[in-house]
Design a protein around this ligand. Structure first.
Ligand code: NAI
Length: 262
């Protein structure tokens, strides 16, 4: 056996050059961080977002790291748009190798009074939409020699907090979806994994970052001693989507500064 064939890890295996990735909700927050990390790793990243000007801004940022990007405007609450997002992306970029289901919403409230319509809305956006996009992407990947799906779950895919009674079941569901699809698709060349962020400073968690007391509370609960930032998530996504993670399948990488360890 040559030494070359024994060397299973090399930084080159993290390279995404030649790959096309679609990142939903890539216009801001964690999604924007993922888009920039994947672009820096060499991927052509297609950003899906509702707002053209925000998407154009992040696409312009990908060009600064030397890769081409592009955008698809898509409201993920629009069923028809969800049904055509993967084919629109393939038509635009010529192919698709990586799907990152990042877009998500939350709506807090005590369970005993939780509004049913709100519950359905969160479950639909955070669980049904990733399922439908993964299904379409998987069909494309199976027909075209393989691909990779990375779902952005949450630490709330594994533990619960009070008053997140739709978001927590949805994110637990994302982990279940990841594992189920992994079981079914691995032999067909499709790897499915997820990343579970802890508290990250974005618009979604604005209510917490608004006051120094809120910031201190969050910092105290994070063993790394700082608040998570959108740039903290992209590395795990790049890794899972890359050849370096070729034998990692049906798994979750928790990126939370240690909060789940407490
Ligand atoms: P954010 O609110 O800053 O960004 C959400 C993204 O989804 C935006 O790009 C937004 O435009 C997009 N989006 C919202 N509604 C949409 C619609 N109808 N159609 C198309 N796109 C839509 O949220 P953040 O924090 O960046 O969250 C990203 C992902 O990370 C979500 O799945 C969230 O659940 C997850 N997450 C966030 C954590 C945090 O502390 N911020 C912790 C754990 C997970």
């Amino acid at each position: 056996m040559s030494v070359d064939s024994e060397i299973q890890y090399a930084p080159a295996r993290l390279d995404l050059a030649g790959k096309v990735a679609l990142v939903t909700g890539g216009t801001r927050g964690i999604g924007r961080g993922i888009v920039l990390a994947m672009a820096a790793a060499g991927a052509k990243v297609i950003v899906s977002g509702r707002d053209r000007s925000n998407a154009e801004d992040v696409v312009a940022a990908t060009r600064k790291v030397g890769t081409e990007g592009d955008l698809v405007v898509c409201d993920l609450f629009d069923d028809d748009a969800v049904d055509t997002l993967i084919s629109d992306t393939v038509a635009l970029a010529g192919k698709l190798d990586i799907l990152v289901n990042n877009a998500g919403i939350d709506a807090d409230g005590p369970m005993i009074d939780y509004d049913l319509e709100t519950w359905r809305r969160v479950i639909r956006f955070d669980l049904e939409v990733p399922m439908r996009l993964s299904q379409q992407a998987a069909r494309h990947f199976v027909a075209n020699g393989g691909g990779s799906i990375v779902n952005i779950a949450s630490v709330l895919s594994q533990v619960a907090v009070a008053e997140a009674g739709a978001y927590t079941p949805a994110k637990h569901g994302v982990l279940g979806l990841t594992r189920t699809m992994a079981l079914e698709l691995g032999k067909q060349g499709v790897r499915v994994n997820c990343v579970a962020p802890g508290l990250i400073q974005t618009d979604m968690t604005n209510n917490l970052w608004g006051s120094e007391a809120g910031m201190a509370y969050a910092r105290d609960r994070i063993p790394c001693g700082r608040i998570g930032q959108p740039r903290d998530i992209g590395g795990a996504v790049v890794f899972l989507a890359s050849e370096a993670a070729d034998f990692i399948h049906g798994q979750v990488i928790v990126v939370d500064g240690g909060s789940l360890a407490t």
